[in-house]
Design a protein around this ligand. Structure first.
Ligand code: ZN
Length: 373
């Protein structure tokens, strides 16, 4: 494997009022929008009405909340019946993923409009397909990023505060996972190696969140769009999205995947679990001789200030240390026993015991604000 690969959305547009750009793109065309009822009431209906004013016709699939074959079939049927020029995914992760799957099976250009900044999925080329019972069936590698990503800051500033904070949790993992993949020489999300540009984006993502994250949260609390808020929004969505695919995923997202199988941790948002698992990765790296003490201390202080979890007591099940250790053991086994888990992209071999020890150590970091030993 010697190719260096990076992927981008065709065009990324961010700022207050960015949604207006949509009407230039779809003018005199037919489009289909994947939106749930909440998003439809928030912006969907208005978009359809305003689109009519520029000669565009926007159909809608009433999204029910999960990326299933049934949802996909409903979308494909509209694409087949009408001469659709654009698929628009609007809302949170699942509606966007369904629209992305639609692009994959029809070849129709995709416009993504996130209404929250809780993960780095909007710019991604990957999408998951699930059963009606929310069980993950497969990951579809579409091979292309969205044609347009439109991030209207005036919409995101009104989203729940913690969705943005969890987006920072997801973004903070990007650099550390990319570094692990670079050191191990394994593949990134495009099946290649990271270009210098990809690595630089991951570092910029980390630096931006750490430098402006606290101010961005304060701005969000006051519903004020500030340069700090715009900077972290860019980090949460664009830098982290391009970064994770072009840099690659490792322990933080691999362990996160195993965590979704534990009923005590599963309900926590994606970014909360990833924030915790990033701390685990840094602890494990330090235990393995790569000194991450400085980053552990920096992240612990940041997590503390913005409300991101970094030990089980923050967001997981309450129970004895023995109970916790047993849960961690099951997660570690699940991750390590799955040959496709991103955890195998770490640059050193791991055992279940090493992983469990690193997870248990998170509560010590919580207590002291730093790694000791
Ligand atoms: Zn993520």
């Amino acid at each position: 494997m010697s190719l260096y690969i990076i992927g981008f959305p065709g065009k990324y547009i961010q700022g207050a009022g960015a949604l207006e750009k949509l009407y230039e793109i779809i003018k005199n065309k037919k489009a289909v929008m994947v939106a749930d009822d909440l998003v439809w009431d928030l912006v969907g209906r208005t978009i359809t009405e305003k689109a009519a004013g520029v000669g565009a016709e926007v159909f809608r699939t009433k999204f029910q909340g999960e990326t299933t074959q049934k949802e996909l079939d409903a979308l494909l049927a509209i694409c087949k019946e009408h001469e659709i020029s654009y698929i628009i995914g609007i809302g949170g992760g699942k509606a966007l993923d369904t629209a992305r799957a639609g692009m994959h099976f029809t070849g129709i250009p995709l416009i993504i409009i996130p209404t929250v900044a809780s993960t780095d999925a909007p710019v991604s080329s990957l999408t998951g397909l699930y059963s009606e019972q929310h069980e993950h069936l497969c990951t579809i590698r579409t091979g292309r990023n969205p044609n347009f990503v439109i991030v209207d800051t005036s919409i995101i500033i009104n989203a729940p505060k913690m969705s943005f904070v969890y987006g920072m949790g997801d973004a903070l993992s990007t650099y550390f996972e990319a570094e692990a993949v670079r050191l191990s020489g394994k593949e990134n999300g495009h099946g290649g190696r990271a270009l210098r540009m990809g690595t630089a984006l991951c570092k910029l993502c980390l630096d931006t969140v750490l430098e402006y994250g606290r101010d961005a949260v304060k701005a969000l609390e006051k519903k004020e769009i500030t340069p700090a808020f715009e900077a972290v929004l860019e980090a949460n969505i664009l830098l982290s999205g391009v970064g994770f695919e072009s840099g690659g995923l490792a322990l933080a997202h691999g362990l996160h995947a195993a965590m979704t199988g534990d009923p005590g941790f599963a309900p926590a948002p994606h970014g909360a679990k990833v924030a915790f698992c990033t701390m685990v990765q840094l602890i494990l790296e330090t235990m393995n001789g790569q000194d991450r003490r400085g980053y552990i201390k920096t992240l612990a202080a940041f997590y503390e200030d913005v409300g991101l979890p970094y030990c089980a007591a923050d967001f997981g099940p309450t129970g004895s240390d023995d109970d916790l250790r047993e849960r961690y053991r099951r997660m570690a086994e699940k991750a390590l026993n799955n040959p496709n888990n991103h955890i195998h992209k770490m640059p050193f071999p791991m055992t279940v015991d090493m992983l469990v020890d690193a997870m248990m150590k998170t509560s010590e970091v919580k207590k002291h604000g730093e790694y000791q030993g």
